[in-house]
Ligand binder design. Structure first.
Ligand code: NAP
Length: 294
């Protein structure tokens, strides 16, 4: 039987609709959630991602501030800008579009964002809190994947979840959220041996590698839930994931497509985190300036 297709676009629309009353409640208290986005350089793909994020903000009623800085921006300038945004009470979330140009130390810049404005969940404090099972901001992509799993009623407790990829942005926080949901988690990476024997044990398989058709039908246990985070291009320039979708959907119980799967969810969870940050700022009696923990 062919798999249930997990429609990330539809789920994202539902979650965005659920944000509107929360944003209206903030407006009633004189607050509008604000997201600052910084793009350094002219990478065309990054410019598209940023545009999509800003459009998504506008659609739900989040105010966006967009800094597009030249590729040769110095680290001191960028750090000063982040610090100014940290101190701005109208800004509840700060996002630095990655990758940054090579002359900038990305981790140092991410570390400078106040952890309670770090809506991407990449600050060490947020990564650490997630690892401890008490997340403050969940990293957007893994958070979106958890919502997708919830949408198909995945029974994670006691299940075996296999995550392909161990990046700080996707693989590791993904594994931590699955672990917090009481799954038994295996993380695989480029040095993993006998990958097929591992993936075939997975009740839940999350592919976050960036290699088209890495996951083939013979690697998937019948009935498994397969979430495809990968974004790759076909030779014809079409967007494709890490999973051989047409073949795997005949084996899996549920599967997310690319496009229309994880992508729209990632942006949506950024909006969710920004609204949550604004709600916290309203509850907090202090100045509204972000707290730094470096
Ligand atoms: P990344 O930093 O390049 O990490 C890729 C990971 O895959 C690494 O941990 C690498 O292992 C592992 N890997 C490489 N070859 C492998 C293999 N043959 N088998 C198992 N693991 C292997 O990438 P990322 O930032 O995590 O992103 C992963 C993919 O997701 C990319 O395609 C990216 O574009 C996409 N993405 C999509 C969204 C979205 O919203 N849709 C968001 C974020 C990322 P090592 O650590 O050993 O090198």
């Amino acid at each position: 039987m062919a798999a249930t297709i997990i429609d990330g676009k539809a789920l994202a629309a539902q979650l965005r609709a659920e944000l509107k009353p929360r944003i209206a409640a903030l407006a009633a208290r004189g607050k509008q959630p604000g997201l600052a986005v910084i793009l350094v350089g002219d990478d065309p793909a990054s410019a598209v991602y940023v545009r999509n994020k800003i459009k998504a903000c506008e659609e739900v009623g989040i105010r966006s501030l967009y800094d597009r800085l030249p590729a040769d921006t110095g680290e001191a300038t960028l750090l000063a800008r982040v610090q100014a945004l940290n101190a701005d009470p109208a800004v509840h979330g700060i996002l630095i579009q990655l990758p940054l140009p090579a002359h900038l130390d990305a981790q140092r810049i991410l570390d400078t964002i106040a952890f309670d404005k770090d809506v991407d969940g990449l600050h060490p404090t947020n990564a650490g809190l997630t690892m401890m099972g008490r997340p403050h901001f969940r990293s957007c992509t893994p958070y979106g994947v958890m919502k997708m799993l919830e949408s198909v009623g995945a029974k994670l407790e006691g299940s075996h979840a296999v995550v392909l990829g161990r990046s700080n942005m996707v693989g590791k926080p993904m594994a931590m959220l699955l672990l917090a949901a009481n799954a038994t988690v295996t993380i695989a990476h480029s040095r993993t041996r006998a990958l097929v024997s591992i993936t075939r044990q997975a009740d839940v398989l999350v592919a976050a590698v960036g290699k088209r058709n890495l996951v083939t039908a013979d690697m998937v246990k019948p009935g498994a839930i397969v979430i495809d985070v990968g974004t790759n291009r076909t030779p014809a320039g079409k967007l494709a994931g890490d999973v051989d979708f047409d073949a795997v959907k005949e084996v899996a119980g549920a599967i997310s497509p690319v496009p229309g799967g994880v992508g729209p969810m990632t942006i949506t969870m950024l909006l969710v985190n920004t609204v949550q940050a604004a709600e916290r700022a309203v509850e907090r009696p202090a100045s509204g300036a972000g707290r730094s923990r470096r």
